[in-house]
Design a protein. Structure first.
Length: 301
């Protein structure tokens, strides 16, 4: 499992909770975070380098626990690892989109995410085949910063949530996708601002369900008689800083963190196309309402 930093640990937490017998090897690419503002080709190169490191370590499944990387590299990853090496790949966008389509009552679904994920239209593509579902997107760049600083309540959080969520709330959505793996740490204030009638959908829980289904389908679930699992955590940046944040996101399962420097991956050259065209192909859809997509260039994840 990997992410551009520590946000993907919310996915790791869900996987450990739902599959307590499995062992997790997690790499946070903290030396290169954030991924959001980077060109698509660079995100692909960074993500494939991390996944090469994981596959070389002998993992039986890859989980892309990062929305930006999921949008940029899923097609490449499934070709490089699943088709060529038999290693299944699970990502975070489609599981959350499916869950939102399933639970919405009025067909009006909100999405909050980083600017890069919003601009990719990856969630719009994932929901395009669902009749009667309309997506309203809002970038919330400061949510990542607040989560990583451990500020999940108080006046600063509430003021930020009120500002970011006002356009989505005005769109009368009844379902809100938390389209960044950092955002579950702010589920309390987000739910308070949106109101109790709005259902929050997190990619972490839905992705963990996909992990279980894929392992079970391929008969890859760990032997229940195997020794107790031992989780491993690596970071491309400062391991001590990562460990402090990782314990905040995941808990005491995080022990010693090892620093790694993956070998740069070879990526076929190509034009700097929008992220929506760098992942899986999907039906074309109209872009989100421009009024709901801010122009801020900030994107901390």
């Amino acid at each position: 499992m990997f992410d551009s930093g520590v946000g993907g640990l919310t996915v790791a937490r869900a996987v450990i909770d739902q599959l307590p017998g499995e062992q997790v090897l997690y790499i946070g690419d903290t030396a290169n975070t954030p991924y959001g503002p980077r060109p698509v080709q660079e995100v692909r190169r960074l993500a494939l380098s991390i996944m090469d490191e994981l596959v070389d370590s002998g993992v039986k499944m890859l989980v892309i626990a990062c929305n930006t990387a999921s949008a940029a590299v899923l097609h490449d990853a499934r070709s490089r690892y699943t088709r060529d090496k038999g290693v299944p790949v699970v990502e975070v966008i489609h599981p959350a989109a499916r869950a939102a389509a399933r639970v919405t009552r009025n067909g009006r679904v909100g999405l909050i995410a980083t600017q890069g994920t919003v601009d990719s239209n990856a969630y719009a593509d994932a929901l395009a085949a669902v009749p009667g579902v309309h997506l309203f997107s809002q970038a919330c760049p400061r949510f990542v910063e607040l989560a990583e600083r451990g500020i999940t309540t108080g006046p600063e959080v509430m003021a930020t949530a009120e500002e970011y969520l006002a356009p989505v709330k005005a769109a009368d959505v009844d379902t809100l996708i938390l389209g960044c793996t950092h955002y579950p740490l702010l589920a309390g204030p987000i739910s308070y601002v949106m109101g109790e009638d709005v259902t929050l959908v997190t990619s972490s829980q839905e992705t963990a369900k996909d992990v279980y289904r894929e392992l079970a389908r391929r008969d890859l679930l760990r032997d229940p008689d195997a020794p107790a699992p031992r989780h491993e955590f690596r970071a491309t940046g400062d391991p001590d800083s990562f460990a402090v944040l990782a314990r905040r996101f995941l808990g005491p399962e995080v022990g010693r963190v090892r620093r790694v420097e993956p070998t740069p991956a070879a990526v076929a050259p190509g034009p700097e196309v929008p992220l929506a065209h760098a992942g899986e192909s999907a039906p074309a859809v109209a872009p989100p309402d421009p009024a709901l997509v801010p122009n801020s260039s900030e994107d901390p994840a």
